[in-house]
Design a protein around this ligand. Structure first.
Ligand code: PMP
Length: 447
């Protein structure tokens, strides 16, 4: 920025901030207790704050700008689409929606051959659940504690997170179970094999006691994201698939955060060699450049609605601008080998550096991840594993760590006692190393 541009940016930012505080109602917030950072420019792996200061985006915003900010071919595709057609009734067919559906289903197992488009992740989950209920004629949905599935009525009830349990009445028909998480095992397990076996037994008991004939779906983030990037074993995921088959339960994979390359594969269930019945996606499908989500549907579930109408829909289902962005995003990811980049740099740079940091830092309890999808579990004491902030809350120590990271020029994704390393998939090795050095310093000084 030139001095004049900076001057103008500061003026714009102050006005944006003042109007925000006067009129905008924010998600998940006590409205009087927040001081949101103004962002009006971004490029590649960087966002610029209201002062024009660059911050390395280790958050990909809410883990969605998988191709980085302002990717030129995607920006151009949106402009080109805006010139010819901005919006249509979703009952019509449209070239960009058709092409987006082709590109998405091509990257999924052959049985998932049809896509219903939504506006984001929560409504993708809503519709996946609705399809499962209509398909099975059953009502209950089983999901993990330590999960995030969205902020709308059904999705938030399915979500297993203190943020919901503290503030919401809950809904009959949503049942939670414990998933595998060895570091903080609910099953007193000491090995992955024990954790897997006990978690599967617990799920089987839950299904039996709830009554299989009442259960429409089990929904799982293949790799839980917001809840802490706990990678399950292949045996666990295959065990869940087998339980669903045994009891005629629909298996919904929520790939909203972990999908579209984030974990180093196109979809994160690929790590476990399982095929879901429904796949909810959003975020990375077009890197959030225009709101878009969807549900990929198995042939068997599609067949339920072949001659009987699906009783659900959305005005913006398959919005042309959003689908044009998806087509261009998937092309850019392929052309620039972004999924491969994420897999490779995750394995050769992020994983090894984070493990090095964990070995020396007094507050890093565990690091977990794959691809550009990593979580750092911060603790007060490595032996007791007491979290640096309570589950569902914050602490002065955690705020101190977040402050240090930001002061070092890195924008983290922080959740309770965790810092997540989730940069764009096309982040460079130099950018990664620079950001990881900032984290190392933040975790080394005493808190
Ligand atoms: N499912 C998962 C796994 C998510 O991570 C999110 C968003 N963080 C959602 C669903 C909800 O998506 P959205 O915020 O687009 O409604």
């Amino acid at each position: 920025f030139s001095e004049d541009e900076l001057e103008e940016l500061r003026g714009e930012s102050q006005r944006a901030y003042d109007l925000d505080r006067a009129h905008v109602f924010h998600s998940w917030s006590a409205q009087k207790q927040i001081t949101p950072m103004v962002v009006s420019r971004a490029a590649g792996s960087y966002v610029y704050d209201g002062e024009g200061r660059p911050l390395l985006d280790f958050s990909s915003q809410l883990v969605n700008t998988n191709i980085g900010h302002q990717h030129p071919t995607v920006v151009q595709a949106i402009k080109d689409q805006a010139d010819v057609l901005c919006t249509i009734n979703p009952a019509h067919a449209n070239d960009k929606r058709s092409e987006a559906a082709r590109l998405i289903t091509e990257r999924l197992p052959a049985s998932l051959d049809r896509v219903f488009f939504t506006n984001g992740g929560a409504d993708a989950v809503e519709h996946a659940v609705r399809m499962a209920r209509l398909h099975t004629g059953r009502r209950k949905v089983l999901s993990r504690y330590r999960s995030y599935h969205g902020g709308t009525e059904q999705a938030i009830n399915i979500t297993g997170d203190p943020r919901r349990f503290r503030n919401d009445m809950g809904d009959a028909g949503t049942v939670h179970f414990f998933g595998p998480f060895l570091y903080r095992s609910e099953f007193h397990a000491t090995t992955e094999a024990e954790e897997t076996e006990r978690a599967l037994t617990h799920l089987r008991r839950t299904i039996e006691l709830e009554g299989p004939q009442t259960i429409a779906a089990v929904i799982l983030e293949s790799i839980p994201g917001t809840a802490g990037i706990m990678i399950p074993t292949t045996e666990y995921m295959q065990g869940v698939r087998a339980l669903c088959d045994e009891f005629g339960i629909v298996y919904i994979a929520d790939e909203v955060m972990a999908g579209f390359g984030r974990s180093g594969t196109w979809f994160s269930f690929e790590h476990f060699d399982v095929v879901p019945d429904l796949v909810a996606f959003a975020k990375g499908v077009n890197s959030g450049y225009v709101p878009l989500g969807g549900v990929a549907i198995s042939d068997a579930i599609s067949a339920t609605f072949a001659d009987a109408a699906y009783p659900g829909g959305l005005t913006y289902s398959g919005h042309p601008l959003a689908c044009a962005a998806a087509v261009a995003t998937i092309a850019a990811m392929e052309d620039e080998r972004m999924v491969e980049n994420a897999a490779q740099l995750g394995e050769t740079v992020v994983g090894p550096r984070l493990r090095e940091i964990a070995a020396t830092s007094p507050i890093v309890g565990e690091v977990r991840g794959t691809g550009m999808f990593w979580a750092i579990d911060l603790v007060k004491d490595k032996d007791t594993k007491e979290p640096l902030a309570p589950y569902g809350g914050s602490s002065p120590q955690m705020n101190e760590v977040i402050g240090r990271i930001r002061a070092g020029g890195v924008l983290p994704f922080a959740n309770y006692n965790r810092i997540h390393v989730v940069p764009p998939l096309n982040v460079s090795e130099a950018e990664l190393r620079e950001g990881l050095a900032v984290l190392e310093r933040a975790f080394t000084e005493p808190v």
